[in-house]
Design a protein around this ligand. Structure first.
Ligand SMILES: [Zn+2]
Length: 125
């Protein structure tokens, strides 16, 4: 006989109900329900394991994207140094000309910082 509990429950039910009897022991039907419930829980467990693997993969993906954003933010903020083309003497990018390179780079840096969930890096000059 198989050692699998689901198969053993069903096999025992079959033995008890052979030949088919209208007066089965009280627990007979419950054995079939238990077998079905165990199968349902096994399916759920398998799904949970799959979900756990997906979470691990997503975390790795998030870390990869975060590293890329950190690199992009650094490139934007370094690229913004001395990049003003509109001769505005303030670090606030929003008062620079719309097409000023400094403004474009700093607003990009601000957007990347926001995506990283961090305080924007302020130019102190
Ligand atoms: Zn400018």
């Amino acid at each position: 006989m198989s050692s699998d509990i689901v198969e053993r429950l069903r096999a025992t039910y079959t033995v008890w109900n052979n030949p088919p009897s209208p007066e089965l022991p009280e627990g007979a039907g419950v054995m079939l329900e238990a077998a079905a419930e165990i199968e349902r829980l096994r399916g759920q467990e398998a799904a949970n394991k799959l979900n756990a693997a997906q979470v691990v993969a997503l975390r790795a993906e998030i870390e990869r994207l975060r590293a890329a954003l950190v690199g992009a933010r650094l490139a934007l903020s370094q690229g913004a140094v001395a990049s003003c083309e509109c001769l505005t003497k303030t670090p606030d990018p929003e008062v620079h000309a719309v097409n000023c390179r400094y403004r474009i780079l700093m607003l990009g840096e601000r957007a990347v910082s926001a995506a990283l969930g961090e305080q924007e890096v302020r130019d102190e000059n």
